[in-house]
Ligand binder design. Structure first.
Ligand code: URP
Ligand code: ZN
Ligand code: ZN
Length: 486
């Protein structure tokens, strides 16, 4: 089957050019001006960008959390992702207490049978023992090359320092990447209980009981242990200036060890300063941020009534003044990836379990469908180049998380994951029209430009003019190689 995408503006991380793209079966076969090929199907991409399918390296489909399950499963979540121009998600498989990593992974493969786009997996480790440590090596061999550990959520996900340290040592041996959720869950839990006892039950107290100092403390601990273990570590959700000194420390360490350092969910100007300073010295220092840290703030968490519950995630949204600096970091190259941390919970029936106590509001925000378009707004306003946009939402995530040279760009031999994006389509984001299985949008009423008009995975059209043409189970698991520098 040959598909010819004609007259579009092809955007890759390195160039933007007028060209035709020939797709043959599952692969990109050629890119050239005026390709004279007899195709089975021709798509007119005049006045459209032709970009690689987005890669979102941080999603939570069907995750049991906060007394509930994330409301998108692999079926609805990947379908919504594709409507938004993302054709590969890397989700987090979860080990339950008392079970092996293999059992948790098998359960995630079962969930993944519904996937409508391709997907990779990280593994959340909840219990560390000799068997689990051996299994970590096996999983790396099978293409699950990163492990998330939690210092927060006591009794739910939290590991003690000895367990974290053992997992780090193992990762150092196998070349796996440790991704840390760095917030000190013990004191946070005490503060939560004290606030509740004083009758402070509103959503805004979610933010106020998770002080940045407890994130800074946890980040310090991670890097001290990582230094001892000789393992690279990746901090998930880093969000505060208190973590600044620790961020400096990790980059110094990375410089010494010659190992890359990767910060997840970077959301503060202060942490970004540390990152820039390290990069200026030539350190292999990298970080991602998320749409919620670019567009949303503490003001949203403090919305009156119970509205703030829609914005409860951990670490919490920080103050607005950090946002411009994060955007600059994306434009100037200090931040490499935009991922979502998509963890959707319905307002009715899930978030509202916390009406009497913010501690009972499940943590997480939906945005897997919005990411590509939200970041495009800065291309529209001339503050990001089209190539940088593509690099942030597709090429760098694919490279850094071992999906390259299969995903992440448009080039002969790559999977034909291709999006025809209409930059001039004006629309309003709303839960009424989005495809995520969640009853609200964090961006409700926001006017945006741009629509992924045709979305193709491995040569098959999944979305065309807002119609779903994919199939449940049409997505495949993609084994990943180890962390690569972009
Ligand atoms: O609030 C969040 N981020 N929920 C998802 C779970 C996690 O910590 O990544
Ligand atoms: Zn986390
Ligand atoms: Zn997450």
């Amino acid at each position: 089957m040959k598909t010819l995408i004609k007259k579009g503006t092809v955007v890759t991380a390195s160039e933007t050019l007028q060209a035709d793209v020939l797709v043959e079966d599952e692969k990109v076969a050629a890119i050239a001006l005026d390709l004279a090929v007899q195709a089975d199907r021709t798509i007119d991409a005049t006045d459209r960008y032709v970009i690689p399918g987005g890669v979102d390296v941080h999603t939570h489909f069907d995750l049991p959390f906060g007394g509930s399950f994330c409301s998108d499963d692999f079926g609805t979540g990947t379908r919504a992702a594709a409507f938004g121009g993302t054709t590969t998600c890397v989700d987090f498989a979860l080990q339950d207490y008392g079970e092996s990593l293999r059992q948790g992974l098998d359960r995630w493969f079962e969930k993944g049978e519904k996937a409508q786009t391709d997907f990779g997996l990280h593994m959340i480790v909840r219990e560390v023992n000799d068997q689990v440590l051996k299994e970590m090596d096996q999983l790396v061999g099978e293409g699950i090359t990163s492990f998330k550990l939690f210092m927060a959520y006591p009794g739910v996900f939290m590991l003690d320092d000895a367990a974290i340290f053992k997992a780090m040592q193992r990762a150092a041996d196998s070349g796996a990447l440790i991704m840390m959720h760095a917030e000190n869950g013990g004191p946070i839990d005490v503060l939560v209980q004290q606030h509740l006892a004083e009758g402070k039950t509103d959503p805004v107290y979610h933010g106020l009981t998770r002080p940045a100092a407890m994130e800074g403390e946890a980040v310090h601990r991670v890097f001290k242990m990582a230094e001892l273990a000789g393992a690279p570590a990746y901090i998930v959700h880093l969000s505060s200036r208190d973590a600044l000194e620790a961020v400096h420390r990790v980059f110094m360490m990375a410089e010494l060890a010659g190992a890359p350092a990767y910060i997840v969910h970077l959301s503060s100007r202060d942490a970004l300063d540390a990152l820039q300073e390290a990069r200026d010295r030539g350190v292999a220092a990298y970080a991602e941020t998320c749409p919620q840290y670019l567009y949303l703030s503490l003001d949203d968490l403090a919305r009156p009534g119970f509205e703030g519950a829609k914005f409860v995630c951990s670490p919490p949204l920080r103050s607005k003044d950090h946002q411009d600096e994060l955007w600059k970091g994306l434009a100037q190259g200090d931040l490499q990836i935009v991922a979502t941390d998509h963890a959707p919970f319905n307002f009715k029936g899930q978030k509202d379990m916390g009406r009497d106590s913010f501690a009972d509001i499940p943590n997480g925000l939906p945005s897997v469908e919005d990411r590509v378009t939200l970041i495009f707004q800065r291309v529209r306003s001339g503050q990001l180049t089209p190539s940088r946009w593509v690099e942030l939402i597709a090429t760098n995530p694919a490279k850094m998380f071992g999906l390259y040279p299969r995903k992440g760009t448009i080039a002969p031999g790559f999977d034909a994951d291709v999006v025809v994006f209409d930059p001039n389509r004006e629309r309003v984001i709303s839960a009424e029209s989005h495809h995520m299985n969640v009853d609200y949008s964090c961006y409700e009423g926001m006017t945006v430009w741009g629509l992924p008009e045709v979305v193709m995975q491995r040569g098959n059209v999944l979305v065309e003019n807002d119609q779903w043409l994919g199939t449940e189970g049409g997505g495949s698991f993609v084994p990943r190689s180890r962390f690569q520098e972009p």
